[in-house]
Design a protein. Structure first.
Length: 80
């Protein structure tokens, strides 16, 4: 698995894992600053900025947002 840009610190240290017993969502973890987020993969869509299908719908704590791992744009989103 390749490392992606982190929406929190913007280091290329963001990796995902699946643990279907813990959560149906994709779990993301930043190894630089121990930042965790969950992704609802069903709601992944095309980024309106760069056109890549890498716009992730994420949840970190109580915050919901969209983050594009290609162009690193982050937008607030309503809870899924
Ligand atoms: Zn980070
Ligand atoms: Zn983008």
């Amino acid at each position: 698995m390749s490392e992606q840009y982190c929406p929190n610190c913007h280091e290329k240290a963001f990796v995902w894992a699946l643990d279907e017993e813990a959560s149906p969502n994709t779990l993301w973890y930043c190894s630089a600053y121990k930042y965790h987020a969950e992704e609802n993969e069903a709601l992944e869509n095309v980024c309106s900025h760069c056109g890549n299908k890498t716009n992730l719908y994420m949840k970190a704590g109580k915050e919901f947002f969209r983050f594009c791992t290609s162009c690193q744009c982050k937008t607030e989103a309503s809870p899924w």
